[in-house]
Design a binder for this molecule. Structure first.
Ligand SMILES: Nc1nc2c(ncn2[C@@H]2O[C@H](COP(=O)(O)OP(=O)(O)OP(=O)(O)O)[C@@H](O)[C@H]2O)c(=O)[nH]1
Ligand SMILES: [Mg+2]
Length: 289
């Protein structure tokens, strides 16, 4: 059985950093993971881990920009379209990895998740290849500093996930930036997240956070804005699809918690046979003699 974890989310959410930490964590637990880079704009010098499969071997953003005169954003969309037309390339690249865990680092372009069928199409191909897939959608903790930004993140997560027929996990990344640090003079109060309870209202989004309170100036200034907020509150209340797992990469337990959720949603290991002693090389015993 093969497994794949798609790492998606808006630009700069910490996808590549999470993917790297994930691989490191698997290696430390003696599990084999492979990094698949699907970001045609990734900077090769930033790879701490050489990806096993790299979209840039198929199509490079630089070439698309110089030869087809695309800008960087249209260029990425073009690269992804090209990938979907050449899925046999990916199938071939993926062919040789049995019993493995693939971590697929995706680009941060929001269009790829909201108005193109890229991820659903990719997911269909993966399931045709008998790869059990789960998706993660990261948004960064700084989004919690601004209620409106946060809810636009929630809505983007919702719009990205509704079309998918695979398990989906939302992750609030960079939690190390919000834990109230005793050395921070504001004690985390700067972003209004002093108390655990406040954070909980974001991780399990409480739509009342954006319900306009009476006496709020914006309420008087623009009644339409108020009506829109009410509609969004209603939408989130009626469809509580989105909640976030906090991820603090400076804390191994936090990463382990997220990984165990991912394993669980994919029912990882359910089909694994216990390893027989003959799976070990004879050489393994020589040291014991
Ligand atoms: N404090 C903190 N910073 C982080 C964390 N994860 C990522 N960053 C920083 O956030 C920035 C973006 O991280 P990336 O991992 O490149 O984000 P990405 O989602 O892959 O970005 P794109 O591929 O450009 O969309 C970098 O400067 C990282 O060092 C984290 O857990 N904590
Ligand atoms: Mg990245």
């Amino acid at each position: 059985m093969r497994y794949a974890v798609l790492v998606t989310g808006p630009a700069g959410a910490g996808k590549s950093t999470f993917a790297k930490s994930f691989i490191t964590h698997l290696a430390a637990s003696k599990r084999t993971g492979h990094l698949v880079n699907l970001d045609p704009a990734a900077d090769p010098s930033s790879f701490e881990y050489e990806p096993t499969i790299d979209i840039r071997d198929l199509v490079s953003l630089e070439d698309v920009m110089s030869e087809l005169e695309y800008g960087p954003n249209g260029g990425i969309v073009y690269c992804f379209e090209y990938l979907l037309q050449n899925m046999d390339w990916l199938e071939e690249e993926l062919g040789g990895y049995e019993d493995d865990y693939l971590i697929i680092d995706c680009p941060g372009q929001i269009e790829l998740y909201t108005h193109h069928p890229f991820i659903p199409t990719l997911v269909q191909h993966l399931s045709r290849m008998d790869i059990r897939t789960c998706a993660t959608y990261l948004i960064e903790s700084q989004f919690m500093e601004d209620k409106y930004k946060f809810f636009s993140g929630v809505l983007s997560a919702m719009s990205a996930m509704v079309n998918l027929e695979i398990p989906w996990i939302n992750i609030m990344s960079k939690m190390d930036l919000v834990t109230s640090n005793p050395e921070d003079p504001s004690g985390g109060a700067r972003n209004g997240l002093r108390r655990k309870k406040d954070i909980a209202r974001y991780l399990d989004p409480d739509p009342l956070l954006i319900a306009t309170t009476r006496g709020d100036k914006s309420d008087k200034a623009n009644p339409r804005f108020h009506a829109l907020n009410q509609a969004i509150v209603q939408l989130i209340e009626d469809h509580p699809l989105v909640s976030f797992l906090p991820l603090d990469l400076t804390d191994t337990d936090s990463l382990e918690y997220v990984v165990s959720h991912i394993d669980y949603t994919m029912q990882y290991g359910e089909h694994e046979e216990p390893k027989e002693p003959h799976d070990l090389d004879e050489g393994d015993f020589q040291d014991l003699e």
